[in-house]
Design a protein around this ligand. Structure first.
Ligand SMILES: Cc1ncc(COP(=O)(O)O)c(C=O)c1O
Length: 402
């Protein structure tokens, strides 16, 4: 029996997203998504950690939330509190942290706490698709702020806040990915972080800081988090283990003061995120995180160099990009005649999958001929071959590269 004979269509509520397509496997050259480098996974370390932590305290799995309460496994929160202090300058305690099922759940919880249909939020013009799509689905208006090589332009932010104020609109938050931005790979300098905080305080608009890629900054030394610089509060900070360890683990976190945390917690109705992942991560990270991440960065940086060289070789001057300050993506500008949305299908038919720019931007016109390429999960050889195949399709469809 197929199980498809009952017609659910008339029962579906209005406003559902379009139906999903069945998964048909990964394409040969997959430059999409935020997948990580399989060769850099610390598998031996994770296995040893799983063995040690389960032998020591596996019996706590019999209790919802282990013995740590609704905010997540306490040793993981303690690891994070120490790491956030050392790396990002955030002075928080384990009780200021909520472990979530990936930072996507963190986005949902913060949005669920603050947003309602008809609201306005501010965000970087080119931005994470998962954040843009959530706003669209919630009926929230995104106001995009252009970026330059140093991330969000705070002069443009000030102008947008003034303009909204003139129209009696108070945005619900300023969403930013300040440390290795997705997709541009920019890092917001500390002075701009302070200016953003001053604007946030002057307009009474909180900052929602998404630090998903902060560990992958090539220099190894990141600016202080906006959360750390905000003396008046008014900042919510989220992060993830997806990019520093592995995305399939689905472990992220929120740092927030209690007046926000106490409103987020009732919305986390899944009775806690997966306990095994939290236990294994805490056990592994305590002794190994600071050794693992530089090795991962080195391997990612080498793949980025291969990607940039391959683009130069196969696209020549037709592919323009800035060398990102870290991360797993390259944000590429093709000549104006190329419509990245129209490049997608023929490229996929040739086994190459890309993220077209307009899906990663609120400025559809300006991002029309852009694409985002993830370089983390392909081998060096696959990156090279994939770019060659993409150039061939692009030449056939748009006459570019000449
Ligand atoms: C900026 C940003 N935030 C959040 C996420 C969600 O990541 P995860 O749910 O795996 O932690 C991603 C994933 O790519 C991202 O790029």
């Amino acid at each position: 029996m197929s199980g498809d004979s009952f017609d659910f269509t008339s029962l579906l509520p209005a406003g559902l997203p379009p139906p999903a397509q069945r998964w048909t496997g990964r394409p040969k050259y997959d430059f999409t998504g935020g997948n990580n480098d399989a060769d850099s996974l610390p598998l031996e370390g994770l296995m040893a950690a799983a063995d040690a932590v389960l032998r020591r305290e596996g019996r706590t799995l019999a209790t919802y939330g282990l013995n740590s309460g609704p905010q997540g496994y306490r040793p993981l929160r303690e690891f994070l509190a120490a790491k956030l202090k050392a790396d990002a300058g955030i002075a928080c305690a384990a009780d200021d942290i909520l472990i979530t099922s990936g930072s996507l759940q963190a986005l949902d919880l913060v949005n669920g706490t603050l947003l309602e249909r008809g609201d306005t939020v501010i965000l970087e013009e080119d931005c994470y698709q998962g954040s843009i799509n959530r706003l669209t689905r919630l009926g929230v208006t995104p106001v995009g702020i252009p970026l330059d090589r140093d991330g969000m332009r705070v002069d443009a932010l000030a102008a947008a806040l003034d303009d909204l104020k003139r129209r009696s609109i108070r945005p619900k938050y300023i969403y930013t990915i300040p440390t290795v931005q997705n997709p541009t790979g920019t890092v917001l300098p500390v002075e701009r972080r302070r200016e953003m905080l001053a604007l946030s305080a002057a307009h009474g608009v909180p900052i929602f800081e998404d630090d998903c890629y902060c560990d992958l900054i090539w220099s190894g030394s990141r600016p202080p988090a906006i959360y750390a610089l905000g003396e008046q509060g008014g900042v919510i900070h989220i992060g993830s283990f997806s990019k520093s360890i592995a995305p399939a683990l689905r472990v992220g976190y929120i740092v927030a003061p209690w007046n926000v945390m106490s409103r987020l917690l009732p919305l986390k109705t899944d009775a806690g995120s997966g306990a095994l992942e939290q236990m294994v991560l805490a056990e592994y990270c305590a002794g190994n995180f600071s050794r693992h991440v530089p090795m991962l960065r080195k391997s990612l940086r080498a793949k980025l160099v291969t990607l940039m060289e391959s683009l130069k070789e196969h696209f020549g001057d037709a592919a323009e990009f800035d060398d990102p300050k870290g991360g797993i993506f390259l944000w590429v500008k093709l000549p104006d005649g190329v419509d990245a949305m129209k490049l997608f299908l023929p490229a996929r038919a040739a086994g190459v999958v890309i993220n077209p720019g307009p899906e990663w931007s609120v400025n559809k016109a300006r991002s029309r001929s852009r694409m985002r390429l993830c370089f983390a999960s392909l081998s060096h050889e696959e990156i090279h071959q994939g770019v060659a195949a993409l150039a061939e399709v692009c030449r056939r469809e748009f006459g570019v590269p000449a």
